[in-house]
Ligand binder design. Sequence first.
Ligand code: ZN
Length: 418
Amino acid sequence: MRCLPFAILLCAAASGQPTYDLLIKGGHVIDPKNNIDRVMDVAIAGGKIARVAENIPESSARRVAKAGGLFVTPGLVDIHVHVYAGTGQKRAYTGDLSVYPDGFSFRSGVTTMVDAGTSGWRNFPDFRQRVIDRAATRVLALLNVVGNGMSAAGENDPKDMNSEEMTRMAKAHPDVIVGFKSAHYSGEGWPSIDGALQAGKATELPVMVDFGRATEERNLSTLLGDKLRPGDIYTHCYSGLRREVVDGKVNPAMEIGRKRGIVFDVGHGGGSFFWNIAAPAFEQKFYPDSISTDLHTTSMNAGMKSMTNVMSKMLNLGLPLTEVIRMSTWNPAREIKRPQLGNLDVGAEADVAVLALERGSFGFLDSAGARRDGDRRIEAEMTLRAGRVVWDLNGRAGTDWKSFDYTRPRGGAGKKKQ
Ligand SMILES: [Zn+2]
């Protein structure tokens, strides 16, 4: 029987075959967009979420992954990574400081990564063909205000900040470019912020700011109270490097920014998350809107480690798990104006994370190397990207080897569907 895509479920049922390709059975589903926070089953067919309901029969699926005791969430959305690898450039984010997305995404439950300004309006096409179009991970990008992005040449030359070119590039790649980035600026005045904002206004896309070196004139109050628009993203919000927290008190400029609708993002990184900033901020209820890693070769081998490790820190700082999941799925999806992501809507592409919440004695390092103890840790058990199992720590979707058909044709987990 030949089935049109929209009729595939009815067709399968009529022909007596299992309706679903995969059933994630018995997990505790947390889908903040849809206010789901209870034990349910998630059925997947044709790479899409087909059904989220209680007691979906195992016989209705070709494969069943048991998820009892685990949490089933939308695939995690990490909106601050550096993945412009493979250029051969030394000591630059546009090169050896970046990582390849698929090597670090799925093993942490991440299905969507947003590269935060590693490429700029000049070298974005190279980044796209070299990395984005080849990755199984969904990679989106914030375009740097500087032409060559985070190259060894730095991000301080106002002559290289060109909002017209940024706008043109964003309009030429609307499927991938989700906004703009100003970062690491340590010069005079506001050309980096203003240039990114001009492109943001021309395209109605958000700007993410790494505020670089703040000065008396170039300060947090002007940035958050005047320059940024509602929906623009302030990353590295617990760095303390731009007076986000002063003498244990959250800077009133941060509260003003929040009231104006500025988004606050963790952006942990190698030098942007410190317990002596985050802990008092949390005590004063200044929580992040989104959790992100600032993944690069340095941060991942130091305190940051992975998306689930950063989420674990937020959990141990006192946020409920449902909020941690919201800040890692639905919130970041909305921040980048991709509401089709970060949820388990029926019909959505089946990007799913199955997470274990481990209990025990754990230690978590900040960017200075200071440890804070915690009693819970989130670990990615299984990750699905567009319905394919791309990470399966304990082989939950696998068949026992004694009954496995080794003669069946097999494909690698990282193979991209063209
Ligand atoms: Zn970064």
